[in-house]
Design a protein around this ligand. Sequence first.
Ligand code: SF4
Length: 354
Amino acid sequence: MHSNQKNSIDIPIDFGILLKNFSKEKQYTIPIFIPHVGCKNECVFCNQKKISGQTKIPDKNDIKDTIEKYIEKFKYDRKIQVAFFGGSFTGLNISKQIDYLKSAYGYVKNKKVESIRLSTRPDYISVRTLKLLKKYGVKSIEIGVQSMSNDVLTVSKRGHQRTDVIRAARLIKLFGFDLGFQIMVGLPKSTEKTEIDTIKTLLLLKPKELRVYPVYVIEQSELFDMYKEGEYEPLSLDDAIDRGFYIVNECKNSDVKIIKLGLQSTDEITQNNEKIVGPVCDNYAEYVIAKLLLEEIDLKIKEVLSKNENVNKVNFIVSKDIPISLVVGPKKVNVDYIKKKYNVEFKVKNTENR
Ligand code: SF4
């Protein structure tokens, strides 16, 4: 640490531990959307066709075409994973599952693709299912948990309970698959407490990966009707960021990889679409991560001020692989927060720019 000018000071700051849950293996994913297929449920928030941004249900030739098309575009020598998203894969009839799996598994066998992942519901996991998935080279299984509160699951019409999640997770681990969970913040009856309880319980099941989505209210879903009737109020963006922050903060002491925070924008899901209500935000992840880093920034500033009363400007020096925009936050939220609280400005430089 040394002074540049009278009131300005350079401070190294390490976010490595805070960001470890976000580090990802560099690999390519070939997404294959199977909208709403295989699911007999009608969760109140679901309008699966819209979320996946397409309505056509692929057949086995579409799957092969998609895989070929993606492989052609990939430039680097990285692992490739085929991912079946969008529906409840193991709810499809067995012959359809085998069709899909065979189409992808051919590429695993000829080493063009490293592995297969899919997502499904916890109550659609059985020993028989897992044996089939193992046979066709599936490596990762993500289950849609959404909440571990039975009240929240019931009012959201999920059609399963928390015990189904625990049973499915244990079986998936027992068979040696990588386990992933998806959870939502802001479901009906869901609170800060039920969400923190959800993540704490799920971490005990030792997942490898986690996705966190704030609830959007989408037209043609039951939740939209509940919203119109005044029975449900979506989270504000600030609250959704706080809820996401509580979740990622709980993950700090675990090895789980947070592979997704917030929904991907599609043509339909945009901040300006009147048919979608709620904390719609293109850079939700950046807001949540910025909040996570803010605690460390705040501590550092406090420490600096306790030793140097006259400082009014701090230059944080961060490792070169950390984007400066993450530290200052979207719209510089972290800079503004610190300025308001301590009347201190901070800037961020990467180590190589010193
Ligand atoms: S289980 Fe998944 S696909 Fe089925 S209704 Fe619920 S959210 Fe939609």
